[in-house]
Structures are given as C-alpha cells and as structure tokens.
Ligand binder design. Structure first.
Ligand code: URP
Ligand code: ZN
Ligand code: ZN
Length: 464
C-alpha cells in the first residue's frame, strides 16, 4: 500500500469460497488493497473511513448469473429498468448482474445486445450480458464472434417457447461449437417443448389450464428429457454447457453423471426452487408464482436441497423477472399466455441463507461459492468479481447473519408490487454494501450513487 486506504472494514468474519475467519479488509480507490490480520492496529492505516463489521460476515459482492430486464415474453414486458433493478440488486447484496439480451420476435441478436448495452448506462451496479439466439435463423459463428467483440461469451438458448425463442438441437450444437472458439459457454433453458404442449393440451381438456394448474402444465419429465438431450449435444461437440434454473434433483443428477464422464456441465438453481413448493398454486394468488420451470412438490424441493447440500449445484441465480400483480392477473386463466417469472434479485441471498446456511445444510463458504465466485468464474469475470483478494474490485457485502425480518414488499426496492416471499420470517440480511469502493448501502439504507455501473467484459472462461 503506497498511500492511505480509503476504507477499512474491521471486526467482521471474512467469508470467501475457500476460507473464512476474522480479518480486516483494506480498500484503496475501487480495489481491495489487502486482507490483514484482525488484530492489526487500525491506527496504522490512517484510513479515511473505518467500518465496524463486528458480529457480521464480510463477503464478496454477489454476482447474479441469471437476471432479466426488459424481457419480451409473449405480450408482456417486465416493469423494471436498469436504474430500479440495479438499486434493488445493491440493496440485496448483489453488485454485478448478468442480464440476457433476448431478441424480440424477428429482432437480430446483435441488435438486441446493442439495445441492452445502451440501456446499461443507467445501471447503479456493474453488469454483463448473455447473448441469446432465438428461432430466427442466423449465422451462429459470425454472431458469436460479434458478441465476443462486445465482451459477451455466454449465449442462452431455449428448448421451449415455440415460435419465439425455441431452437432445435442443430442450433444448439452449432452454437456450442462456435462458443468453443472463444472459450465461451452455452446456457440452456432445458424443458422439452413437445412434452409441455402435450401436458398443456391435456390440462386444457380437463379445464385446469389456469395458474392453479401451473405445476402439472410443465412436468418434471419435460425438464429431465431436455437436459439429457442437451448433454448428448455437449458430448458430441466436446463443448461445456450450463443449465439455467434447474428445478428437479434428477436434472442435477444427470449433470453430475455427465461430469463423471468428462463433460464440463454445470447446474444452476434458483431460490424459489429451494424454498417454495407447489402448494403456492393452491393459495389466494397462484398467478404470482407462475414461472418456468414451475415450482415443484415439497418432496422434489427437499431432494433438490439435498443436492445443494452435497455440493452438486454450481450456482444460484435469481432468474429475476419483474412483473406486477396486474400483469400476472391479466391472463391467469391460461398459463400458456401468462408472463412467466418471479421478482427475486433483492431476496436471493437472504432467503437461501435463512433456509440453508442457518440450518447447517450448506456452509457460509458454499454460499459464497454459489452466489459469488462460481457465477463470476462461469462468466469470465473472476477474480475481478466474486472474490476477496488483493486487486479484486472492492465489491463487498457486510451481511448480518442473525438479523430477522418479515419479508414484505413495502421494505423492498424491486419495481413491482409483490414478492413471492411476502410474510416469510427470514434471518440473514445485507446491511452495508460497497460497490467498487463506494458505500451504496449503509446499515440497511440504500444510497443511490447515480449511474456508476460499468459493463464488465467477459474474459475467456476457465472450466473445471
Ligand atoms: O419463468 C421464467 N423463468 N421467466 C424468465 C424467462 C426464462 O425462461 O428464464
Ligand atoms: Zn429460462
Ligand atoms: Zn430466466
């Protein structure tokens, strides 16, 4: 350290994905300068500011690998923007969001990406993008090379949403091959569309195609078979593959078995698949829980949680997709035309900490691995993001593991009028956040820093 640091965070327990313990974090400008012994005399630093983290944990700013803004699905557009959603992300301890540049029907994927890059100028947190190829035919290799020039090396493909986003196995293989050339990664939404259409036709015939019938309208078998098919493509091409929002233990098991065969496959799940169960569709507001894949049975949720506990899940993304209750209600009589997705960027850390870390099912280090470092690694952002190490960006979260609050939308910042966790007692909340050295949340109070967010270009991804 050549000059006096700007901020010193002392008295807390530092948690990374590989170690944890009492330590002091020293920040100079936008970077972490050093991590020093907890008993180092603070007066030796001459820091402009000392933050007391006693009784709290100090973890890397979380990286959300699965986040949607301005997503055009069917007739609906999500209601938040980079300003509001990034503020909500910061309030919840997420300092980097990775959004999907999903083309509208007929839109070129590069144009969709350029639109998103322009929209990012309003962001308060750092951000990166996944590209997306839709049903419209394009030259995959050329598109991917153009995206890589824009700092994007991950592409999401959908095996469902016929006529909008769904692509076939040929496209999946050509994208996988082209991404290999840039050390990139194919992200897959895996649900077999034919099985879903069959289930939905049956549901319609039986008069249960509304939100109450959501769980049965997208069966577990549809997810399992699509994962198996896509793993076949990864095996044939030798390319790595990442499955977004896995909701069933058998899908995680397929990934695990593929890894044992040498395929570099990765499992992401989301808080709602770990914390909620399908009884949400029996309550007063079933439409508020409509997402794809649907929320599963309590038995499935428990078995997915067991996979999490033994380290088989690589990342936890929010799949934040912010619709309002009126948008959700508009078509609640028919899940085929409803807006899918749940608001969740702000609650991702707390609801998982409450359910899984407090119960001892996962360690704080596992939590950091799935929320921070692995999302950064699998997006070519590590160790700039997702790490507490000298030289890493000073994105830091001071988290109170013992603070209990009842979740209510009035206390949250997401630009919608509901949360799927309304009324839930949750212990473990973000208290203070530094975004590249700037304090943006202090003792639970959000301080809008203005549009300081920057696009983070993905480097070549290192797989394991
Ligand atoms: O229901 C969901 N997950 N909505 C967001 C779009 C997607 O498929 O990820
Ligand atoms: Zn998806
Ligand atoms: Zn999604």
């Amino acid at each position: 350290m050549t000059s006096a640091p700007d901020v010193v965070i002392a008295g807390g327990t530092v948690v990374t994905d590989s170690w944890s313990g009492p330590a002091t974090v020293v920040v100079s400008g936008e970077r972490i300068a050093a991590i020093v012994d907890a008993d180092t005399d603070l007066s030796t630093f001459g820091a402009a500011r000392i933050i007391d983290a006693a009784g709290k944990i100090v973890m890397p700013g979380a990286v959300d690998p699965h986040f949607h803004l301005l997503i055009p699905l069917g007739a609906f557009m999500t209601c938040d923007n980079f300003e509001t959603a990034s503020l909500a992300a910061l309030a919840g301890g997420t300092t980097t969001v990775i959004d999907f540049a999903i083309p509208a029907v007929g839109q070129d994927p590069i144009e969709a990406l350029d639109d998103k890059i322009a929209a990012g100028a309003e962001s308060r947190c750092d951000y990166a993008f996944h590209g997306c190829l839709s049903s419209a035919p394009v030259d995959a290799a050329e598109t991917i090379s153009q995206m890589a020039k824009r700092g994007v090396r991950t592409i999401k493909l959908f095996t469902t949403y016929r006529g909008e986003l769904m692509v076939g196995i040929d496209t999946i293989e050509s994208v996988m091959r082209a991404l290999t050339q840039v050390s990139g990664l194919t992200y897959i939404h895996a649900e077999e569309n034919e099985a879903i259409e069959a289930a939905q036709a049956q549901a319609e015939a039986e008069g249960r195609i509304g939100a109450r019938g959501m769980a049965a309208s997208r069966p577990e078998a549809a997810e399992e078979s699509a994962v198996a098919q896509v793993l076949g493509a990864a095996e044939r091409t030798g390319a790595p593959v990442y499955f977004v929002h896995q909701s069933i233990p058998s899908a995680v098991d397929l990934v695990d078995a593929a890894r044992l065969r040498g395929i570099r496959a990765y499992s992401e799940t989301c808080p709602h698949y770990l914390v909620l169960d399908e009884t949400c569709y029996e309550g007063q507001f079933p439409e508020r829980f409509v997402c794809c894949p649907p929320i599963r049975s309590a038995k499935t949720v428990a078995a997915l949680g067991d996979r999490l506990a033994v380290g088989r899940v690589h990342t936890i993304g929010s799949d934040h997709c912010c619709y309002s209750t009126s948008q959700k209600e508009e078509c609640s009589h028919d899940v085929r035309i409803m807006p899918n997705g749940l608001p969740g960027v702000e609650t991702r850390l707390s609801v998982v900490w409450n359910r899984y870390v407090r119960s001892g099912q996962i360690s704080p280090e596992d939590f950091v691995r799935m929320m921070c470092s692995n999302p950064a690694r699998l997006n070519g952002l590590y160790p700039r993001k997702g790490a507490i190490a000298p030289g890493s960006d000073a994105d830091l979260v001071i988290f109170d593991p013992d603070l209990t609050r009842i979740v209510t939308i009035g206390d949250l910042h997401m630009d919608t009028d509901y949360t799927p966790y309304e009324g839930m007692s949750v212990t473990g909340w973000t208290r203070t956040v530094l975004m590249r050295g700037t304090v943006v949340v202090e003792d639970g109070v959000l301080i809008d820093p203005g549009p300081i967010g920057r696009q983070q270009n993905a480097g070549p991804i290192t797989f394991w």
